[in-house]
Design a protein. Structure first.
Length: 301
């Protein structure tokens, strides 16, 4: 099988592991720099060019699109989809997951556990949205932030107002969420492949940091998740339309609440914590499911 991977840095752990797993199973995997792909739009002839030449035919494509190039990356992925290449995650589903507000709205529609969340445009509504999430304290998030960047914990109403008004004054879109104190600076990441949780880890934030992102100095360990947490992760992936994703949850007093559904989850932390060959499981899923022209828009939204 010939597999393409859209990725800007082939040396990243996740990308190396996927390439190694494909090679070990007798597949060919070629990494295409997302930003070096060009889209040629013509009736009945959707084509992607790379290095000045048409891209050869691939059986499947793994989109590992960086958050900073989401829009361009999705345009390139759509072109592959239109030419019949099977995507591990479809462009529509990736677009849902990258839009924090839209993803929260979809998950809420289907009754999945979420922290209380509010969104407003007018800075004069600051007090209203703080009280809507039963704060302070409240968590303030940039809609476009990733890996814990652009996430602020405001512990008083005055500090919350100051941060919200500063962001809105800079014309930056934000969400305001309730602070789940009982989570104690830890969260659960459940890795879902093909509608099944294949690995799970508990992440703990660095000292004095309420965020549990491994990129920000957090630590990870294997964890046994509850049936409710497993069901929550699987349902979140299904409603977002993602074949592969990381579902990040907090353990609250009223059950698991979803913080984010990540369509390009990193593999290093979860493979190290669990000892599982997650990259190999992804390649096996592709080999079992990739078929020419089998792209379709999945999930609600």
């Amino acid at each position: 099988m010939r597999i393409a991977m859209l990725a800007r840095n082939p040396s990243l752990y996740s990308h190396r592991r996927l390439a190694e797993a494909a090679l070990a199973r007798g597949h060919q995997l070629e990494v295409l720099n997302t930003l070096r792909c060009t889209v040629h739009i013509a009736s009945h002839r959707p084509t992607v060019f790379y290095g000045g030449a048409p891209v050869p035919k691939f059986d499947a494509i793994i989109p590992r699109i960086g958050a900073s190039v989401t829009q361009y990356g999705m345009a390139v992925l759509r072109q592959f989809e239109m030419s019949g290449v099977w995507p591990l995650n479809e462009s529509v589903a990736i677009g849902r997951s990258r839009d924090k507000l839209r993803s929260m709205q979809i998950l809420a529609k289907h009754g999945l556990g979420l922290p209380l969340t509010a969104f407003a445009h007018d800075p004069r509504q600051t007090e209203e949205i703080i009280h809507a999430v039963k704060g302070p304290p409240v968590v303030i998030k940039l809609l476009e932030g990733t890996q814990g960047i652009g996430v602020v914990l405001a512990e008083t109403e005055a500090s919350a107002k100051s941060v919200i008004e500063a962001f809105r004054g800079a014309n930056v879109n934000i969400l305001v969420q309730e602070f789940i104190k009982e989570a104690g600076g830890t969260d659960i990441r459940a890795l879902v492949i093909g509608g099944k949780v294949v690995a799970a880890m508990k992440r703990t934030g660095a000292p004095e940091d309420f965020r549990s992102n491994l990129h920000r100095g957090g630590s990870a360990e294997v964890v046994r998740i509850t049936p409710e947490e497993r069901s929550t992760a699987v349902r979140a992936a299904r409603h977002m339309g993602l074949n592969v994703c990381g579902v990040d949850m907090l353990r609250s007093n009223h059950g698991p609440v979803i913080m984010e559904v990540n369509s390009s989850p990193g593999l290093e932390g979860i493979e190290a914590a669990t000892g599982k060959d997650v990259a190999g499981l992804i390649i096996d899923f592709i080999a079992a499911n990739a078929k020419l022209g089998r792209t379709r828009t999945k999930g609600a939204g």
